[in-house]
Write a new protein. Structure first.
Length: 186
């Protein structure tokens, strides 16, 4: 899938509800306004183990602070590092659901045409995961993941599986040979 141009992203951005309003709604819906700034989310974030590097700007607190300062600053790669693992939410004393916020924001950005840090299904083109996460999983030395399987969304995997099952099933096909009928349980 080719990258969408910056102009196309800007056009799509402007045709949907104002991004600032979407971010404010996501903040409220996921309790980000109740953050106590205790830092548990950043301390527990597995980004360091996953990517081998950590920066405050990519942490849950860093992303929230950046978007408070500049709600239009959504082109930063920091928004695409979150693994949506729920660790920050599990230990948040305020009940902030950061992963739901970041997932909602990414979905909105993708709907607006943003593609730079996103990875899409090789079969249907739907949003799959952050590109950085995909590359990490693909290159991980102990990974036994098949690139084709990794680069395909769940819906396309199910459709492929359904087709394989139907091809290998012994059910009678239209005009098929006799003797393939299911055995009745009398």
């Amino acid at each position: 899938m080719g990258e969408t141009s910056r102009d196309s992203f800007d056009e799509e951005r402007n045709s949907r509800p104002e991004l600032r309003k979407v971010i404010e709604e996501l903040f409220a819906a996921n309790g980000l306004n109740y953050c106590l700034e205790c830092g548990k989310c950043s301390a527990l974030c597995p980004m360091l183990e996953f990517y081998g590097e950590y920066s405050y700007e990519r942490s849950p607190r860093g992303v929230v602070e950046q978007l408070i300062i500049d709600p239009e600053g959504t082109e930063t790669e920091a928004l695409w590092y979150c693994l949506a693992c729920h660790e920050c939410t599990r230990y948040c004393p305020s009940g902030v659901t950061f992963q739901n916020f970041i997932i909602g924001l990414r979905e909105d950005l993708v709907e607006r045409g943003y593609r730079k840090h996103a990875r899409f299904c090789d079969v249907c083109g739907s949003y799959l995961m952050p590109a950085k996460e995909f590359e990490y999983l693909r290159k991980r030395p102990d990974s036994k993941l098949d690139d084709g399987l990794l680069a395909t969304c769940l819906r396309c995997k199910r459709e492929h599986y359904r087709k394989v099952v139907h091809r290998s099933a012994r059910w009678p096909k239209e005009g098929g040979a006799k003797g393939n009928e299911p055995v009745s349980q009398s």
